[in-house]
Design a protein around this ligand. Sequence first.
Ligand code: SDX
Length: 431
Amino acid sequence: MTDKLFKLTDPETGKHSDLPVRVPTIGPPVAGVGSMYRDLGAFTYDPGYAATASCQSAVTYIDGEKGVLMYRGYPIEQLAEHSNFIEVAYLLLYGELPKPDQLERFDTTIRTHTMLNEALLRFFNGFHYDAHPMAMVTGVVASMSAFYHDSTNVSDPEHRDIFAHRMIAKIPTIAAAAYKHSVGQPFVYPRNELDYCGNLLNMFFAVPASNYEVDPVAAEALDMLFILHADHEQNCSTSTVRLAGSSGTNPYSAIAAGNAALWGPAHGGANEAVINMLETIGSVDQIPKFVNRAKDKSDPFRLMGFGHRVYKSYDPRASIIRGMAHRVLNNLGRTNTPLFDLALELEQIALKDDYFVEKNLYPNVDFYSGIIYRALGIPKSMFTVMFAIARTVGWVTHWREMLSDPEFRIGRPRQLYIGAEQRDYAALSER
Ligand code: SDX
C-alpha cells in the first residue's frame, strides 16, 4: 500500500474523490475506485475490462509491451526449457518450486487419482456421436459436482487441496474419454505407471487390438505445450472461474464455467480456428486475399491466432512453440508440412503489413500450437480440449488464491444503463 492518491474532481459540482494508489511488485500501479460512487455518484466504465485490475494476484505476471510471461516469478522460457508440467503445476498451486520429496508426493497423488467414477464414465455414452469434445468435457466437468461431495466445502483448505488434485488428475481422463467417444473406440483406462503426458497419449491412442508404445518425443512436446498453456493471468476463462467461484458454488461448476468460456474462438477456440483458416487459405498465393479480408472492416474475417488483448509484441509462447514445431516435426519424421510452411509464410507477410504493424498484431499462443497437435495425431476438434487440460491448473490455482484473499467478495459489476425511462404498463387493447 502507499499513501499516494489520484485525485478526481467533477468540474460541475466541485465534488472530488481521492483514489488510493496501490503499488505492485512489478508492473503498473492500480487506483482504488471503490470510493468513486460514494464521492462522485459515478461508476467507472471499462467494457472488456481492458484497463481494470479485477483482483490482486501473485500467480502470473505478463508485460504485454516487452513480451514477458512469468509463473510465480520464473520466466516462461526457463520453465519451458528446464521444467516439466507436473512441476509447473506444483509451482503454480503452491508458489514455490517443489523439493524432490514434495515433487514425488505430488506426482504420486496425481498419478493415483486419474480414474473416473464408472457412472460418470457412462455419461459419455449419452452424447451424440458427433458431439464436439469441448461440449462433452464441459458437461462432464460440471457433473463432477454430482459425484464428489467430500471436497466441496470451499472454506476448508483440505477440501480445496483434494479438489485441486482430483481436478488436475482427472481432466486428462475426461479429455481422453471424449476423444474415444468421438472416434467410436473403447475407452482406455489410465495407467499409474505412466507420467502425465504419457498416460494421456496412451488413453488417446491405445486400442485393444494392438500394443501401444508412448513416443517420448510426442510426450515431451505435449509436456512443453502444457507448460506454455498452464496459466495466463486474468484471461477470459480464468476471470470466469473467479467470478463463478466467487458465489461459493461447487468448485467443479466453477471450472466447468471456465471450460465454457475457453471454447470461444476469440479465446481458447482459436487454435482450432487457426487450422480451419489455414486449410481455407490453402496455398501461399491465396494469403494476400485473406490478409486483405482481415483488414476489411466490412468483412468479419480475422486472422485467427493473431492479436492479443495484452501482448502488443510477440507472444513469448508463440516464439517457443514456433521453434519447437520445427524440432517436433523433424523428430516425428514429418517432412511434408504444408500447413506449417503456410503458417510461416502467412506470419512473414502479415508482420510486414502496415495494418498489422500499426495495430501491434502478432502471432499468439494459438497460431502454431495446432500444427504440433496435428503432428501428434490429435484431431483439430480436440485442440481446445488440450488447452483446457493445461489451463485447468491455472483455473484451480486462481480459484484457490481468490478464496484465500482477504479482499475476496462476490463479484458483482454495475452498468451504464441506456434503456427506457420509467413508463406505465399499457393494456393489450391499447397497444
Ligand atoms: C488466447 O487473454 C489471454 O491471455 C488469452 C490467452 C490465454 O492464454 O488465456 O492468451 C489465449 O485467447 C489468445 C487469443 C486467441 N484469439 C485469436 O487468435 C482470435 C483472433 N484475435 C482477435 O479476435 C483479437 O486479437 C483478440 C480477441 C485476441 C483480442 O481482441 P481485443 O484486445 O479486444 O482487440 P480488438 O478486437 O479491439 O482489436 C484491436 C484492433 C481492432 O481494429 P480497430 O477496431 O482498432 O480498427 O485490431 C483488430 C481489430 O479489428 N484486430 C484484428 C485481429 N485482432 C484484432 N484484425 C485482424 N485479425 C485479427 N486477428
